[in-house]
Each structure stands twice: as structure tokens, then as C-alpha cells.
Design a protein. Structure first.
Ligand code: GLA
Length: 365
């Protein structure tokens, strides 16, 4: 990839920055409720090779798309370049110096598959716009990327994706308390492989349904007199009914499952990790109602394979990917089962990505 980017740019001394995608092991739809999440940055990444200088950004993708704009005057275009412009906007608003560059962008992350290709693009852009050595902490960079997505692109995501892409730790998942912003790495057992499986189903309704879930949670918290569902306990949910009850119950129980999963990983109790992942998926399917028949099928197929520790949908849902925790020697059996059963059950083609947990965004050279 590096040689390809440098050749396309035609500058042997180019700087190179990278930013990874993520899977979330558990803690879904909890980040915007001030709760806990456990994502990992993964070895599917976005790279930019660039030559810094001036006030213009000229960025070409290896696939041939192109954008160019001046840092002093740019407008939303309704396309992928808005993520780059949005980060330029939020860095500038935060008083951070930004520079133009001429660059080439390449990625191994599937676009729009629910593995945070947009967060990776934001983080890579943030590093390129700050000339490969941002004068800010990785957590602040994550916040500025999130603000770009919330306020410039107009997607009301939480912090998880940008946090994972920015602060990833090789070989580990990351436990983040989305209220205090305290976080720590949680090493993954070396005998275990992360596998992301793309269901190949469209996420068409994702944005409106995502925003609806956020509003339902806010209404449930308000009805309980709380600032966020983070402070709710199972006993407190009694007065809630219907949709608000189901959403709140998911959030309260999911937060508890994140902490149980971390404790189980640290105690090398993988059976409990698997049970928490299964319960999380069932809750996202039945209470939060963000799964899909395709995601359910992938989880069911994985559950029938010896050596699969846990499987669940990952990210916002409504299509996209599952995350699977698999004993390394069982990855082949999982691939075989999905190949054998998935298309027949759903009419869709899955793409299987065995990945490793990697470090967060940064400059390679
Ligand atoms: C998307 C958002 C995240 C998070 C997840 C659901 O990935 O970008 O902030 O809310 O959905 O857990």
C-alpha cells in the first residue's frame, strides 16, 4: 500500500499517515448515553501519503475520486470530501493550525460497512492537515473528529468510533467510560482472533433510525428525571413503558455487560465473554431493535461453530457487520460455515475479514 501511494503521488519523500477502522466487542448504543464501550482498532485502515504546504488541499483516492479546496473558503459537497473538510473546519474552530497538502488516499477498510470508515478518514485527515504531528492529544483529536461528523457532516454519532481509531492499542480492546472519558486497554488473549463479517446488506435507514434511538433514550432519561441513562438502575425502569422501556433496559443491561466482559477477559473466562456477547446481540435484536435478519443469521451460524467464543452485531446495526471472537484454529471452520449456509439463508454474500487489534492513528513516516 505504501509503495502504491507514494508512486501515485510521485513524491519519494512523501509523509504518510494512517488511521484504523474499529470493531466494538460490546457496549452498543451506550456511548451517547454516557455509558461504557469496548471497541478495538483493527487492521483495516486508511492511509494518506502527502506533501504538506500552502492553503490548498488536493486529495485523490487510489480509486480515482478527487477533491480540491482552499482551507480559506470551502463548502459542503455532500460527498466523502466532507469528512476531510469537516475536520479542517473543527481543527480551525478549535484554534489549531492547519496546512494544505497534496495527497493520495488509499484504504483497505470497506466503505460504509459499519467498520468506521468515516472515523478513519476523519482521523487520517486530521493527521495530514496538522502536517503529520498534531499539536494535540489523541483524545482531543478524537473529539474534534466527532465534532466534524456531528456538526459539519451532520451525523449525530457518539465518540466511540473516533476514540477507537485515535487511541487504539495493538493486541487490546479499549474500555472507555463515555462520561468521565477515562479509558484503559484490555489485552485480548493471544489465542483468539477477531473476525469481522460484513453481511453485505444495505444500511439505508441507518441515519434516521439511529437518530430516533437517540431521541427515545433522551426521552426515557427525562421521564426518569435523569441527565442520561447512565444513572438508571434496573429497579428504576419500572415506570417506563413501551419503546422507552425497551431502549432503557437495553442500555442499563448493556453497560453492566461491558463491565462483566472486561472482568471475564481479565480472568481468562472466555465462556462468560461469549455469553455476554450473545446476550448483547439478543438485546439489540429484541429490545433496541437495530439488528437485521442478515445479522441474526450470521450470529446464529457462528454460534454453531466449535471454537467461536462469541458473535454479535457491531456498530449501529441495520445491516453492516458482526464481530466474532474466535479461537485461531477455528477461523477456517467459521469461514466454511458462513460460506456453506449464509447465502442460502439470506440471498446475500458475506465478506469475511480476519483482523488484528492495532494501534491508533498516527504518522508512519
Ligand atoms: C455508530 C456510532 C457510534 C455508536 C455506535 C453504536 O457506530 O458512530 O458512536 O453510537 O453506532 O454503538
Amino acid at each position: 500500500m505504501i509503495e502504491q501511494l507514494v508512486a501515485a503521488l510521485g513524491a519519494a519523500d512523501a509523509r504518510i499517515v494512517r488511521a484504523p477502522g474499529r470493531v466494538n466487542l460490546i457496549g452498543e448504543h451506550t456511548d451517547y448515553n454516557d455509558g461504557f464501550v469496548l471497541p478495538a482498532a483493527i487492521s483495516l485502515e486508511t492511509w494518506i501519503a502527502f506533501v504538506p504546504g500552502g492553503r490548498d488541499v488536493e486529495l485523490t483516492t487510489l480509486a480515482g475520486a478527487q477533491t480540491s479546496f482552499s482551507l480559506d473558503a470551502f463548502q459542503r459537497g455532500g460527498d466523502w470530501a466532507d469528512y476531510v473538510k469537516g475536520v479542517a473546519w473543527s481543527l480551525t474552530r478549535a484554534g489549531m493550525p492547519v496546512r494544505g497538502f497534496r495527497g493520495v488516499l488509499g484504504s483497505t477498510l470497506p466503505i460504509g460497512a459499519g467498520l468506521s470508515s468515516s472515523a478513519a478518514l476523519e482521523l487520517a485527515a486530521g493527521w495530514a492537515l496538522t502536517d503529520g504531528s498534531p499539536p494535540i492529544e489523541p483524545m482531543q483529536m478524537a473529539h474534534l473528529a466527532q465534532r466534524a461528523e456531528n456538526e459539519y457532516v451532520g451525523v449525530r454519532c457518539g465518540l466511540m468510533d473516533q476514540f477507537a481509531s485515535s487511541l487504539g492499542v495493538a493486541g487490546s480492546a479499549l474500555l472507555l467510560d463515555c462520561r468521565s472519558l477515562e479509558w484503559r486497554s484490555v489485552p485480548l488473549p493471544p489465542e483468539v482472533q477477531l473476525v469481522a463479517i460484513d453481511s453485505g446488506s444495505s444500511r439505508r435507514l441507518e441515519s434516521s433510525a439511529y437518530n430516533a434511538r437517540r431521541s427515545e433514550c433522551a426521552r426515557a432519561a427525562a421521564a426518569l428525571g435523569l441527565a442520561s441513562l447512565r444513572d438508571a438502575t434496573p429497579e428504576m425502569l419500572e415506570p417506563l413503558q413501551g419503546v422507552e422501556r425497551r431502549r432503557a433496559q437495553h442500555v442499563v443491561e448493556e453497560n453492566a455487560r461491558v463491565l462483566s466482559t472486561v472482568a471475564a477477559l481479565e480472568a481468562e473466562d472466555l465462556a462468560t465473554v461469549g455469553r455476554c456477547m450473545a446476550a448483547s446481540h439478543a438485546s439489540l435484536r429484541d429490545l433496541y431493535e437495530v439488528s437485521s435478519p442478515a445479522l441474526d443469521a450470521l450470529v446464529e451460524i457462528a454460534a454453531g461453530v466449535d471454537g467461536v467464543i462469541g458473535a454479535r452485531m457491531t456498530g449501529a446495526g441495520f445491516g453492516g457487520c458482526t464481530v466474532n471472537l474466535v479461537r485461531r484454529e477455528a477461523v477456517g471452520a467459521l469461514v466454511a460455515a458462513v460460506t456453506r449456509e449464509y447465502e442460502g439463508r439470506t440471498g446475500l454474500q458475506a465478506t469475511i475479514h480476519p483482523v488484528e487489534a492495532v494501534d491508533g492513528a498516527g504518522r508512519i513516516r
